[in-house]
Design a protein around this ligand. Sequence first.
Ligand code: ARG
Length: 473
Amino acid sequence: MTNDAKTGAPAKSGGTNAMWGGRFRAGPAEAMTRFNACLEDDKRLALEDIAGSIAHARMLARQDMLSGDEADQIVDGLARVREEIVSESFVWSEALEDVHMNVESRLRELIGDVAGKLHTGRSRNDQVATDMRLWTRAALDRISGALRDAQAAFLSQAEGHEESVMPGFTHLQIAQPISYAQWCLAYVEMLGRDGGRIADARARLNESPLGAAALAGTPHPIDRPSTAEALHFERPMRNSLDAVSARDFALEAVGAASICAGHLSRLAEELVIFATPQFGYLRMSDEYSTGSSIMPQKRNPDAAELLRSKVGAIGGALVALTMQTKGLPLAYSKDLQETKRPLMDALDSLEECLEITAGMIRTMTPNPEAMARDAGEGFATATDVADMLAARGMPFRDAHHVVGALVAACEERGCKLHELPLNDAQGISPAITQDMLDSLTPLESLKRRTSEGGTSPGSVRGQIEYWRGALSG
Ligand code: ARG
């Protein structure tokens, strides 16, 4: 078969497509060729596509649909195509629309007509579904690794800071003292659940559509379990119609990615705030900060700001996938071609975000003095007084009221709770004692939070140990 000089496509009469042009007299309009193609996305599926083809060819030989010699020719040819793609000498043709037809067409140039036997018992519909699942599986595996890296970075920040007090906030108002380690560990937990969602998505997607053919299966005696196994899928998908139509694996992966990106965005916002000179709790390393071209004093947390923003596009990809797949009849419709871009964009972006997160967290420097300064502000230990009064029998609601009055008295005097003269305090409630006032420092408050999961050093050490074990396993 000769190639069309302009497009590089295998020519048929009238310039129609060699793969499906049998019933056409004219080729597509130029604009249609461009509109119809998906090469930019498909180039990234090339290795998966070839792996699927090799598994399929070997199976065809085992099932006596190809001779051993034919299968060897096809597999060797596919290996050569793979080399050309990896070394970037492969010439892609837009007229051939996608990776499947580009690879097959090149295979035919290299090994002749026997290449045409490869497409027995399969279709591009099950091919693309297979390629996408393989690609997504690998991307999710990289993301899992990146998540663990980011968790390890937080864990290394936490260690040794079980007694470094910082203010915990609600409504971004100083609420109660916590330790810096407890703050770090909150993110280790969030990222841990993100990892769980990624693992769930991976487990559910790991079934093989290959051999579903166009939609209804095939009359050829194919062996789907063996191709599934060769591609490290758990099993073949049970229903051919579903196998070629399903894209919920992409939605699920991008859904999990969106949630994770949302977590990173919350983190990023805290980093931006904590790195301001006003807060000064954290100093981002030079590697993840930038300067201003006009204001020499500036040290901007650009990495964190970009991180805060990326969820926009990742969540946007989830919306795109949802809209692209809603209302589609079974089985394949060309709409599905468009699902590759948001899937790839979202998972690429999340992987990059996690790499940046790990680097940023690992290299940032906490400033325990600045955190401690604020931990003692804002009457952060007011709840402690109420808890102590309640523990000594006063109804919590009354205790809450007493402490409100104590805070007002402190505000009038311009002092902190533990600095309030006992006389003044007892004027508000005789139940207040000096040892109560003395124990209102942020560190004492933190040490009292001994409930499971609380911010006491013992609880925090338990969390650190748990995660050290979990992340080394
Ligand atoms: N290029 C197509 C895609 O990516 C491959 C499947 C085409 N199938 C079809 N019946 N036109 O979705």
